[in-house]
Structure formats: C-alpha cells, structure tokens
Ligand binder design. Structure first.
Ligand code: TIU
Length: 231
C-alpha cells in the first residue's frame, strides 16, 4: 500500500510505545463527540454532576490540531453520539441505565438529551465542522458500530487515524479498539482527549499503548503538528 507508493510521504511523530509513522494522505483526523451536552457548562454532562472543565481542556489542543490538519488539506471527520427523535434506535437498556432523573430523550438544558437535531447534540462552536467534512452520527459508544465510518474511510483510502475527543475511557477507547480490529493504526494525542475522571484519563491512555501498543500509539498534539509542518 503506502510503502510501495513512490509519492508516499512518511511522517513520524514521537509517541509511546514507539514513533508513529504515517502518510498524511492516508490518515484521517477523527474527532469524537465534542458535543455541547458533554462539554458546555449548563449541559447534560454538568447536570449529571460532572466537572466539564476536565473535558474542556481538550478543546484548544484539538482546535490547533484541526487548524493544522485543515491547512494541510487533509481529511477531518467528526462524530456525534445520539439517537433518532422517536428513540427507535435507542436500546431500552441504554435508556434506563444509571436510573438517572434525566436520561436520553428527556428535555435537558439544551433541548432533548442526545437527540439528533437538538442544540445540545451538536458540536461545540470552537470545533464546528466545515462544509464537506463528514459528520458521523453514531448511536453507540464506538464510532464504527451502526455507522458508515468504515466505508467513508476505506473509500477515501485511509489506513491510519489520529483520534481525539471525549471521553477517553468511553467513546475514544471503544472507537480505537474498533478501529484496531478493522486494521487501522491509531495515534491518540493525550492532550486532545478528555475524561470527567483524572484516573480514567491516565488509565485509558495506558491501556491503548500497553503491550507494545496493543490498540495504538499515544503522544502529544504539538508533535503531530510539528511533523506536519516539517513536511
Ligand atoms: N462520547 C462519550 O464518551 N459518551 C459517553 O457517554 N461518555 C461518558 O463518559 N459517559
């Protein structure tokens, strides 16, 4: 594949467990669920008692990485977790999980919780998708489950992903594991992912890079940007 392509551009990012080598033409930046209801003060995440500042710390590093990615003319893809307004794609088990006073589909601070088309379901303004950038609506935690993400990536010739977004141990980890099983090499910039829980942030990243990079590579967004700028 890219190794036999005479026009292949092999860039290298310092990473754990060892440097991540990629050809930007065959690498997509995948930004997971940077949605207002998870990230904004007054949203669903905060209504559940979570400290959204832990997640908001990822916005500015992602914004810088996305700006560099777009400036290089590369493929960025955004995902949103959510469901149809009639809840027909919402598993009853997911609806009742947690026994929370407010749940998916209920009226929330920014419209119905995790329902497509509602203000809280949409992506934060700082990272808003540009026209032409695919937005993948996903009903589950993993971005490959019940979506056309794999088709979009393979039709575009992608074999590697840079995965950013929230939350580190839930949708980011699930997506990286799904991608790994489908043959994609994933680099996760640690400053571009966030968790409501500092211990899960740390362990979520350790789980990806353990055992020789069992699911992928972990590094820093500044090193990814520097690699692009050297190219
Ligand atoms: N996007 C994502 O991670 N969805 C979640 O539900 N995350 C939690 O941490 N709950």
């Amino acid at each position: 594949m890219s190794g036999q392509d005479p026009t292949a551009n092999r860039l290298e990012i310092p990473a754990e467990p060892y440097p991540f080598v990629f050809d930007p033409k065959h690498t997509a930046l995948l930004i997971i669920d940077m949605q207002r209801d998870f990230l904004e003060p007054g949203g669903f995440g905060e209504a559940l008692g979570n400290d959204v500042s832990q997640l908001r710390a990822a916005i500015e590093p992602i914004r810088r990485l996305l700006a560099a990615w777009r400036a290089a003319g590369l493929l960025a893809i955004h995902t949103r977790e959510g469901h149809r307004p009639d809840l027909s794609d919402l598993p009853p088990a997911k609806k009742i999980r947690g026994k929370s006073a407010i749940g998916i589909g209920d009226p929330g601070p920014m419209g119905r919780i995790l329902i497509r088309g509602e203000p809280g379901h949409d992506i934060v303004p700082e990272l808003y998708p540009w026209p032409g950038e695919p937005v993948v609506d996903k009903p589950g935690k993993g971005a490959f489950f019940a979506t056309d993400l794999h088709a979009i990536l393979s039709n575009a010739g992608m074999n590697r992903l840079i995965v950013a977004g929230v939350t580190t141990e839930v949708c980011v980890n699930t997506t990286v594991r799904e991608a790994n099983d489908r043959g994609y090499d994933c680099f996760v910039p640690a400053d571009c992912v966030g968790s409501y829980f500092p211990e899960f942030q740390e362990m979520g990243l350790k789980m990806i890079k353990a055992q020789g990079g069992i699911f992928g590579w972990v590094g820093q967004s500044a090193d990814a940007i520097a690699a692009l700028e050297r190219a």
